[in-house]
Design a protein around this ligand. Structure first.
Ligand code: HAM
Length: 426
């Protein structure tokens, strides 16, 4: 049987890679405007790191981790980037070196979810994390940056949902309120939610099960039980978003699926048809307890991650003009050797050159050049070689000329540097 890629994990072929590169470079330049620097962490971390930071009763840790044992150590393919970034922050004592740290990262993440359009087992995230800034302005600026980035990529129908899940004092009160609400209706919940009720009733609000959703629809709102400090933080968040004219909706039942959050939560989705049901483009929030939980000093933190595959589904494409290049069609080993030399020289000027070394007929080499959409082709055969010339063909203008070897590369460079006609014009 022929091999296939693992279910839920996809190849990114060269014809798609261009869109990935555009998205990634646009992300890099957007986050640079806000002062983020790149962090690259290993794809594999100790399983305990995810259990401790994301939380045992979350779906991600409970059901979706790719874990294995090596050298008596349980390791996991990272399901997200926040835990690894926080681990690196503590491990490299960044808190002792800078008051505020702003990091961004991009790369593959792994979750054993049920694959569907927009949901994969290997997927890619781009994310940002800030350590050392407890102010809601940092949260608001992150949301504003994401909106700017999505709009710049032509993503329509953006919706920003925000909520506060408070500090631990608020959450204790909320756990009690939720327990009191769900307990009398326990029989209506899914078996999984029934199990979670005593341990972590917050997770029931996040359940995808229809039964849990029905019961949750009238659950008490966390905003009603926020402490004064948490409420002031949330007010300042909305005031900052208002000041930047960022539209948002307050969704008191937004809890997000990871246990590490404190105070601010946000999710940005799009109504773009291409996304279907998996329409959450990015999610994030504050996690002021994680750094301390991992052995560092008390350090506030906030961050987000966006799903690159989903964004690619929603983003509009600008027509891209491929940079022009030159193709060398040569017949016979002496001509091919000469073409290889010219190709090398042309590349040293920064131009792409492709040398056809198959020694096929001129017709088949020209066919390949045509398929590649090449404008300039250099033809070199025995008769040209004997006279010290090559035929330079312009496939767009259907012109050709003989050019002496000594000026061949400079002539091609001049042609490639000249403004090219727009696609389809000619
Ligand atoms: P998350 O909401 O689990 O948050 O994931 C963020 C984004 O990753 C989602 O909005 C979605 O676009 C994408 N995503 C998640 N799972 C999949 C999947 N199976 N297939 C395709 N795309 C997916 C986090 O991961 C947090 N670490 C965000 C964060 C950073 N919070 C604070 N700092």
């Amino acid at each position: 049987m022929a091999f296939r890629a693992v279910k839920g994990m996809n190849d990114i072929l060269p014809e798609e890679a261009g869109r990935w590169q555009r998205l990634e470079s646009s992300f890099r330049s957007t986050v640079a405007l806000y002062g983020y620097e790149e962090l690259r962490t290993p794809i594999v971390e100790s399983s305990d790191l995810f259990v401790r930071s994301i939380g045992e009763t979350t779906d991600v840790v409970d059901k979706e981790m790719y874990s294995f044992t090596r050298h008596h150590e349980s390791l996991t393919l990272r399901p997200e980037g926040t835990a690894g970034a926080a681990r690196a922050y503590v491990e490299h004592t960044r808190y002792a070196k800078e008051a505020v740290t702003r990091w961004f990262y991009m790369g593959p993440m792994f979750r054993a979810e049920k694959p569907q359009k927009g949901r994969y087992r290997q997927f890619h995230q781009a994310g940002c994390e800030i350590y050392g800034d407890s102010g809601p302005v940092a949260d608001a600026e992150m949301i504003a940056m994401l909106c700017r980035f999505f709009e710049g990529l032509g993503v329509g129908g953006l919706k920003v949902a925000i909520n506060s899940i408070g500090s631990s004092a608020t959450r204790q009160r909320y756990h009690q309120a939720l327990f009191a609400y769900f307990e009398p209706r326990k029989a209506e919940l899914s078996p999984h939610a029934q199990e979670r009720l005593a341990v972590n009733p917050l997770r029931i609000l996040d359940s995808k099960d229809e039964r849990d959703r029905n019961v949750s629809s009238e659950a008490p709102s966390i905003l009603e039980v926020l402490t004064d400090e948490d409420a002031a933080h949330f007010r300042m968040l909305t005031a900052s978003l208002d000041a930047m004219s960022i539209g948002y909706q307050i969704e008191p039942r937004l809890v997000r699926g990871l246990d590490y959050y404190t105070r601010t939560l946000f999710e940005i989705s799009s109504t773009a048809d291409e996304l279907g049901t998996q329409n959450a483009l990015a999610g994030g929030g504050r996690y002021d307890g994680m750094i301390e939980g991992l052995g560092g000093p008390t350090t506030p933190a906030v961050g987000f991650a966006l799903g690159i595959e989903r964004l690619l589904l929603a983003m509009k494409d600008e027509p891209q003009l491929a940079p022009p290049f030159c193709y060398f069609a040569s017949m016979g080993s002496a001509a091919i050797t000469k073409a290889v030399m010219f190709g090398q020289e042309l590349r040293s000027y920064g131009f792409r050159a492709e040398v056809d070394g198959r020694d096929k007929s001129l017709k088949s080499q020209l066919r390949r050049a045509d398929n590649l959409g090449v404008r300039y082709v250099v033809v070199l055969g025995d008769s040209e070689l004997g006279r010290g010339v090559a035929v330079l063909k312009d496939l767009v203008n259907h012109q050709q000329q003989e050019v002496g070897f000594e000026v061949l590369v400079s002539t091609i460079v001049e042609r490639l540097r000249a403004p090219q006609p727009a696609e389809g014009a000619a």
